[in-house]
Write a protein that binds this ligand. Structure first.
Ligand code: HEC
Ligand code: HEC
Ligand code: HEC
Ligand code: HEC
Ligand code: HEC
Ligand code: HEC
Ligand code: HEC
Length: 497
């Protein structure tokens, strides 16, 4: 503001000194100064940007007849020596350099600082569409999976997406919608500078069609690029200066397989690494880190991003992500002796699973491409226990679970006890613990007076919380001291306290 006032004052003074409208303004003197505009710029690889220069005489009068020539440092691109139109070079990361304007025949010059940033194509991504022609069997199921649908350019009537007006969001503002699965939808809108995308604070909950507020007070200071982007796109790159710094929206083929332009061009399997965990320790670790790069919670090593910025499949995730630690009260429930560390927030599956080293791969239960008929891309039906008994052959469901078997099927599944829903994506406790270890009722006790009560294996999922007429008569243990004590007594009787 003060700069504008100053400029207005300077114009007024100039007007008074030169004697307004007299027509007697003398011709400008020889060139004495040159100014360049803009003085700094950020340009993406391959893009152009025009620069201009103003030459003035010793009295500050414009010398419009002066001839200006342009030059640039070769590392950042080329420039038309007469027009000042700059074309950025193809670079692999951020490259800095200068554009210079010189008054012809003099040593008068001015420089502009230029930052050239990479684009997705210059980073080696081909895009999932390119893979379809040779891998239709993977592309077809993937294209209908939540990974593919996670982030879509918004247009009215997109399948599974409500009218943003329901959350008091102006549809004209919405650029992208987040979420293609069963929990929630969120909407990305530009900030006032249009240089950042922000997550609008109205969230749509798929399960019951309601809208709730998230970060209503501070959403404008939580840019999507910093808080979310890396986990919802393919090829996030901080070197791309645009509000959309990625190769492809959504979790595409190359989010898991890595940039594959070379393989897509050659069709040669030697140009792409295998992710099949069955092929040995290296690919097992590689595949785990790929899933863990998004199905974890933490901070980038730089401390800037809420995800593993810079990680690419094949690299060691530890060098890119500082995972949330035990004791983080937002991420985990308070821990009790004898109980596993239990997640209370979503996207922590890979952190959970480290507690159950017998299961080193997500692919032992999930198909990464989504070609299954079961929920959550599960390979086998969790309701019949086959998902677990495929490997855990020695377990007698009725004896081990201590619950009756009705018509050949146990009344309580392995998943109900071993993977209770303890974490939240949209509505409270809609995400399953992946620690694979049952949670005893006692673990809940310290949270009974808190805003949120920690679920446990017996009292979550509605089992011993409410009488379910479809199941045999069972005790109901309310979430209070007496209820927890009664449930824990039963646990101790069965599993030896
Ligand atoms: C021109 C055809 C062609 C295109 C395009 C193509 N591939 Fe392939 N790809 C092949 C062939 C052939 C093989 C070897 C046979 C197989 O595994 O299907 C292969 C193998 C693979 C493998 C297995 C490697 C291994 O050693 O286990 C992966 C992963 C893969 N492709 C991913 C991709 C991705 C991702 C894309 C898109 C970016 C893509 N492919 C595009 C032809 C292609
Ligand atoms: C570290 C990676 C990561 C970060 C950071 C992250 N997410 Fe996610 N998000 C995931 C994963 C993985 C899932 C699915 C698994 C889950 O919810 O447990 C998910 C699920 C979602 C869903 C639900 C999708 C559905 O179909 O129901 C939405 C919406 C979402 N995230 C929005 C956001 C927003 C907004 C941010 C930033 C404020 C964010 N996420 C930050 C990884 C991440
Ligand atoms: C969520 C991560 C993920 C995504 C997304 C993904 N893949 Fe895979 N892909 C894997 C994993 C892990 C394997 C190893 C086999 C397994 O675990 O089932 C694999 C295996 C493959 C193979 C090896 C051969 C085979 O038959 O198993 C090909 C080819 C392949 N993927 C292509 C693709 C293509 C094409 C896309 C996009 C349409 C894609 N993948 C998307 C994780 C992913
Ligand atoms: C680039 C980040 C990213 C990577 C890598 C990734 N995921 Fe995901 N995954 C997500 C997000 C985001 C969602 C939520 C998508 C949605 O609901 O729209 C998700 C959802 C899922 C779901 C839930 C599907 C459903 O029906 O609700 C499963 C299962 C899953 N991922 C497994 C895997 C496995 C296994 C791997 C590794 C082979 C993997 N993911 C790699 C980000 C990722
Ligand atoms: C031992 C089997 C098993 C393994 C290993 C496993 N999951 Fe799951 N996963 C399940 C089951 C079962 C469900 C469904 C739980 C339910 O319906 O309550 C599930 C659900 C999910 C969901 C959907 C959200 C939810 O809780 O319903 C995501 C996302 C997911 N798993 C990701 C992963 C990732 C990533 C890995 C590897 C780090 C992994 N899973 C390893 C069995 C497994
Ligand atoms: C791909 C094979 C496989 C599948 C599928 C599988 N497990 Fe496991 N599980 C193992 C192995 C191997 C171990 C380690 C040896 C052992 O304790 O039996 C293990 C161990 C366990 C343990 C002991 C704790 C530990 O050390 O990890 C529990 C509990 C468990 N599994 C529960 C389950 C449940 C519940 C399911 C189904 C949701 C399941 N597993 C599915 C292979 C599997
Ligand atoms: C009613 C709850 C319940 C059900 C149902 C249940 N488990 Fe368990 N399971 C437990 C408890 C509790 C423990 C561990 C007790 C402890 O901490 O020692 C356990 C321990 C285990 C272990 C590790 C110790 C062992 O006995 O080998 C495995 C593996 C296991 N269960 C697998 C399964 C599988 C597979 C199923 C489904 C066929 C299943 N469980 C069903 C409650 C259950």
């Amino acid at each position: 503001m003060s700069r504008l006032v100053g400029a207005a004052a300077a114009i007024a003074v100039l007007w008074w000194v030169t004697g307004c409208g007299s027509g007697a303004t003398p011709a400008p003197g020889p060139a004495a100064a040159i100014a360049i505009s803009p003085q700094s710029a950020t340009v993406e690889s391959g893009q152009t940007r025009s620069f201009s220069a103003t030459v003035t005489d010793a009295d500050g009068r414009q010398v419009s007849a002066a001839e200006v020539t342009w030059s640039v440092e070769a590392a950042i691109g080329t420039i038309d020596s007469e027009t000042g139109v700059f074309t950025a070079a193809e670079v692999e990361s951020i490259t800095l350099g200068r554009v210079t304007a010189t008054v012809a025949g003099t040593s008068l010059s001015a420089v502009a600082d230029v930052t050239v940033t990479a684009t997705a194509t210059s980073l080696g991504y081909a895009g999932s569409d390119t893979c379809r022609q040779c891998h239709a069997d993977k592309h077809t199921p993937w294209s209908q999976s939540p990974h593919a649908l996670m982030m879509r350019e918004y247009e009215p009537g997109l399948p599974g997406v409500p009218d943003p007006a329901g959350g008091s969001i102006s549809a004209a503002q919405v650029e992208f919608v987040l979420g293609g699965g069963s929990y929630r939808r969120q909407f990305l809108v530009p900030d006032t500078t249009r240089r950042e995308l922000l997550v609008h604070p109205s969230q749509y909950n798929v399960a019951n069609g309601t809208w709730t507020d998230v970060h209503r007070d501070d959403w404008q200071s939580r840019p999507w690029r910093v808080h979310c982007a890396g986990c919802h796109v393919t090829g996030f790159d901080e070197a791309i200066a645009a509000p959309t710094p990625f190769a492809e929206a959504g979790v595409g083929c190359e989010a898991c397989h890595g940039p594959a332009q070379a393989h897509a061009a050659s069709g040669d399997p030697a140009d792409i690494a295998s992710l099949d965990p069955a092929e040995g320790e290296t690919t097992l670790a590689r595949a785990y880190d790929v899933c863990a790069s998004c199905h974890s919670r933490g901070t980038s090593t730089s401390g800037v991003y809420r995800f593993a910025a810079g990680f690419e499949p094949g690299q060691d995730l530890d060098a890119f992500l500082q995972p949330v630690a035990e004791g983080d009260e937002e991420a985990f429930w308070p821990r009790t002796t004898g109980a596993p560390l239990v997640s209370r927030m979503n996207h922590q599956q890979a952190i959970d699973l480290t507690q159950s080293p017998g299961h080193p791969s997500c692919s032992s239960c999930h198909d990464p491409h989504g070609a299954t008929e079961h929920r959550a891309q599960l390979l086998r039906d969790p309701a019949t226990d086959e998902l677990c008994t495929e490997c855990h052959t020695g377990i007698d469901s009725a004896a081990h679970g201590n619950h009756p078997v009705v018509e050949g099927a146990p009344t309580v599944t392995c998943v109900a006890c071993h993977m209770p829903r303890t974490a939240t994506s949209a509505l409270r406790y809609d995400i399953a613990s992946h620690a694979m270890l049952p949670i005893p009722p006692d673990a809940t006790r310290s949270t009974l007076e808190a805003d949120q009560i920690m679920p446990n294996s017996c009292m979550s999922s509605g089992c011993h919380q409410q009488a379910d007429p479809s199941k045999p008569a069972m005790p109901v243990y309310p979430f209070d001291e007496a209820g927890v004590t009664a449930a824990q007594d039963q646990w101790d009787t069965w599993y030896g306290g």
